[in-house]
Design a protein around this ligand. Sequence first.
Ligand code: B12
Ligand code: SF4
Ligand code: SF4
Length: 322
Amino acid sequence: MDDLTSRLKRCAIEEGLDLVGVAAAATVPGAPRFEAWLDAGMHGEMSYMARTAAIRCDPRRLLPGCSSVVAVAVSYHTSWPLSTDDGELGTVWVSRYAWGRDYHRLLKKRLLRLGRWLEAEVPGCSWRACVDTAPVLEREWAAQAGLGWIGKSTCLLSRKLGSELFLGILLTDVALSPDGPVPEHCGRCTACLEACPTAAFPEPGVLDARRCIGYLTVEHRGSIRPELEPAVSDMVAGCDICQEVCPWTRGAPADLHPELQPVPHRFRPRLEDLERLDEEGYREWRRGSPLNRIPFPAFRRNLEVARRNLGDVTPVTRPSSD
Ligand code: B12
Ligand code: SF4
Ligand code: SF4
């Protein structure tokens, strides 16, 4: 590894990023898999995925002259209860990724500082920081950069940190020393495939987004198909099950970042309290989180599904007998 690459990696760790690796920019090896996924319509209503397919398959189309892809990850794994643990009666589940601060902003800020550091070292270089919303296949690049492997759950997993990771990418025209991919360590495990409540994996490593609760509660507009409703259970924003059952995630170190710890009102909120929120109240409830991808009507739909699944579970306050 050259000196610039090792200093860049040190800077990334000092900025609060847990994992960092480098890949050489090229057409992504998984491009045919991605195209097959689109052709099968598994992206559902996420038409932006198909619209930007060509750019997603080659980062040099996003940053002309791109030579290196720096992939970073931050762990959001916490020691707080699992979605399948018994919760207090009448409460619902908000996915772990939305408990703390918005990861888009958090990672972007850290990546922007990393980009500025690189620019100070190599004046005139070009770079671009991407978190989630840019047309980049982030998991693929994280795997190419050796951060971990792509598991049967389709998540990027690290032996050190499990899969509850937020990913970010820094594209640059600076030639850095690439890391190679690491071997996969799923072995014979199939826990994620078996645990998925909506059977969203047509085969290991392929996710039909149209069946995923992460899609149905966040990206999908309109009503949820009645046959999938019971499996959505009490989940009103995202789903954690395929990661919570993963042995690598279960054994991972927890609570690495105080800023990603749950704010109390997003950990197992009471359904009744959420049902009372008007649009303004909803905006306040989700403020600072990544939940702005769920518009109010879709959130109300999620609450209605949870209400049908939970039934009338509001605890009754009885007059005292003494
Ligand atoms: C669209 C999207 C979704 C969709 C579709 C998910 C999917 N699996 O495709 C929905 C809404 C369902 C979703 C759900 C979730 N998402 Co999402 N999502 C994205 C987004 C915007 C694009 C993903 C994408 O391109 N999908 C298309 C598929 C085909 O691509 P892919 O999964 O990356 O697979 C490629 C490679 O993995 C490769 N590949 C797969 N297997 C193998 C095996 C081998 C051997 C090889 C060589 C290659 C290979 O082939 C594919 C084509 O290149 C990314 C951000 C980004 N810009 O990348 C976040 C992202 C993938 N999501 C993320 C998260 C956290 C989630 C949720 C946990 C949120 C939640 N709690 O509800 C769930 C997890 C569900 C799951 N099991 O994947 C994280 C993933 C972190 C991680 N550790 O992997 C990302 C990276 C966002 C971020 N910046 O942190 N998501
Ligand atoms: S996030 Fe939930 S619904 Fe989606 S694939 Fe994983 S277990 Fe299945
Ligand atoms: S649960 Fe098992 S099969 Fe699924 S991603 Fe984790 S190790 Fe791989």
